[in-house]
Design a binder for this molecule. Sequence first.
Ligand SMILES: *Cc1c(COP(=O)(O)O)cnc(C)c1O
Length: 460
Amino acid sequence: MAPVELQSLNSFGRRRSRADSQSEIDGVPLATLVERYGSPLYVTSEQRLRANIRRIRQAFTARYAKVIHGWSYKTNYNGAVCSILHQEGSWAEVVSRFEYEKARALGVPGEHIIFNGPNKQRPILERATAEGALIHVDHADELALIESIGEERRKRVPVTLRLNFETGYSESWSRFGFNLESGAARAAINQVKTSAHLRMNGLHCHIGTFILDPRAYAAAVTTLCTLAEEIEADGTRLSYLDIGGGLPSGNALQGIYLPPEQATPAIEEYAEAICSAFLAGTSYRLERGEQRPTLIFESGRAVIDDAQSLITSVVGRKETADGRPAAILDAGLNALFTALWYDHPVKLASPARGQPRDTVLYGPLCMNIDVLRHSVQLPPLAVGDLLLIAPVGAYNTTQSMQFIEYRPAVVLIHGDREVSLIRAAEDLEIVCAPERLPAHLAQTAAASVARVVPLRMTGG
Ligand SMILES: *Cc1c(COP(=O)(O)O)cnc(C)c1O
């Protein structure tokens, strides 16, 4: 590992970085995109997205053939993005009724939906169990609810238990699923095994996100396999083990001062850690003359993050109280929520006009925390300059807020420099469509504005 470059830290301990310039994406000029679709604008590269999922899937299937990728909807559930990944063979990994309904509406069959999340209520559970979705149980009340659905239907509902435990290499996420160390996981397994209306189908864990150490996965997989062997001692057979998501992207996490290329292991190193632990941990099946179970993984950010960029424009300039240049942009935390924990790389769409200086990038919101970068090396900016922020594909469009500003459009570049709108920019009609004005307010609203006495101008 290279030594940490201390001179790259400013007095706030935040990463300073130098911006390069980039004027097009997949051969399409940024200026043309903004002319046609406005600014700010999210730009998605179909070519990059397909290359990413192929590389990631190949890293796994080269080591073990029976691997399924579940596309994590919450990471980016734009219909075009999901459809590309389903075309590539990914199943849907959903965590809510909305996401389940969206996957079905996009044509994903129930049997290809992995249903996670802590809030699955009876109506959607009834639908998902009837449609053969893989139900991943989060807690004991949910397990009881599924059992009562099975009882009503006089059948055994297959269930997978989500587990949480220490890996020794990652921060423990204990709020989702059944805890292994406390005994809650074994109690739930026992409940499933002794119920006439439930059947053990698999085991699941999702140990965290942006996991920087492949050994965390090796440990998690070994834990799942050991437990699977224990569960199967009485003749029970699990159809799969699901090791969740959490693979990192090439983004720059705040607080990690190495550049992403140095801080982040390659996808192949994760696939190697996961598959070799899996092959070792499931060899007990071969000794019995049986096949290994299926391996499922649910990668989100590693698949989409670098396939989407955000174009934003400079709307004004300022100087901070301590004399540094600052720019006000038309996109802020409303469009780039993950700026709270990433130092997203920023590029200029046009060639630099002067020497880079330590610059602050403000968003458009009337909120003090609306800062996209606290410190980034940028040449002097002018009103109308376009900046390209990337990677932004993971957790930004889905977490973007309709707060103060309209949310931007999302386009897809595909084929030979073709561009398609895949989400329209919001306007007054779209934002206000769900509102209802009660009758006693509808007629008077306009009239009462007219009745307000105009302010008397005094002085002079
Ligand atoms: C969010 C989530 C994922 C995707 O996580 P990434 O870190 O984006 O890979 C996968 N599985 C579950 C259960 C999740 O909640």
